[in-house]
Design a protein around this ligand. Structure first.
Ligand code: GLP
Length: 243
């Protein structure tokens, strides 16, 4: 538990820096990182860009997998997660574009695209560190309430609460928010060696309480991580109001 969202961002970026540099990735030894989008991790990305510019970290031998992507939103739409990742992070660092994987929400065969993504993660040897955020309804990635806790990457219809929470990015017009997304499953994230979940703001307080103080429950999918051997919840004071 840290004081505020800025300190959470700083802490999370330092954690990534420490893990990547300690691993010392190279051409035959890539560090595999799972990445989230949303408002919460923005500060962490800014800090990581700063570390890169200061020569403290390189992403040359880092492979990334993003958690999710909207279905049917053009890649260059400012709210697509593809656009977000390139704009907010990838274009500012030395990552190899071929190693920065974001699900393609416009693939002609979405089921095959999800299977391809799972295969790529396997071929990369699994994820060393998966970073995530949560929705106010306790979803991780787009694993909406009721999702199977052993789910894999798949197409998911978004819950009304998620459309409501994300309409702020679509001119406050809920009809503009895509109705479906591709998302890694809870099981996909559970397979990572280490997981770090960032939770800030009083609007996430109920979700955090459900996640850590009640039983593992598919209606609050992030609660599954109680059973992960190496998961860290990094929160600000505001998010802990219900604990
Ligand atoms: C979306 C994403 C999640 C993200 C959540 C919270 O639903 N699919 O991966 O964690 O938003 O976003 P924010 O950080 O903006 O609150």
């Amino acid at each position: 538990i840290l004081e505020d969202a800025d300190i959470v961002a700083d802490w999370a970026a330092r954690f990534v820096l420490q893990r990547v540099t300690q691993f010392a990735p190279g051409p035959d030894k890539r560090f595999v990182l799972g990445l989230p989008t949303g408002g919460t991790p923005l500060g962490m990305y800014r800090k990581l860009i700063q570390f890169y510019k200061e020569g403290k970290i390189s992403f040359k031998y880092v492979t990334t997998f993003n958690m999710d992507e909207y279905v049917g939103l053009p890649r260059d739409h400012p709210e697509s997660y593809h656009y977000y990742m390139w704009n907010e992070f990838f274009k500012h660092v030395d990552i190899d574009p071929a190693q920065a994987h974001v699900l393609d929400g416009n693939a002609p065969d979405l089921v095959a695209e999800c299977a391809r993504f799972e295969r790529l993660i396997q071929e990369a040897g699994g994820v060393h560190l998966f970073i995530g955020g949560i929705g106010p309804d306790g979803h991780i990635a787009f694993n909406e309430p009721g999702s199977s806790l052993v789910s894999r990457t798949r197409v998911k219809t978004l819950a009304y609460d998620t459309l409501e929470a994300n309409k702020r990015f679509f001119g406050n017009d809920i009809s503009k928010v895509p109705r479906q997304a591709l998302t890694v499953g809870v099981g996909t994230v559970m397979d990572a060696k280490e997981v770090m979940i960032l939770i800030t703001g009083v609007h996430k307080a109920l979700a955090l309480a459900k996640a850590v103080e009640e039983g593992v429950n598919h209606m609050w999918t992030v609660s599954a991580f109680q059973q992960h051997p190496q998961t860290l919840f990094v929160c600000d004071e505001a998010a802990t109001l219900e604990l």
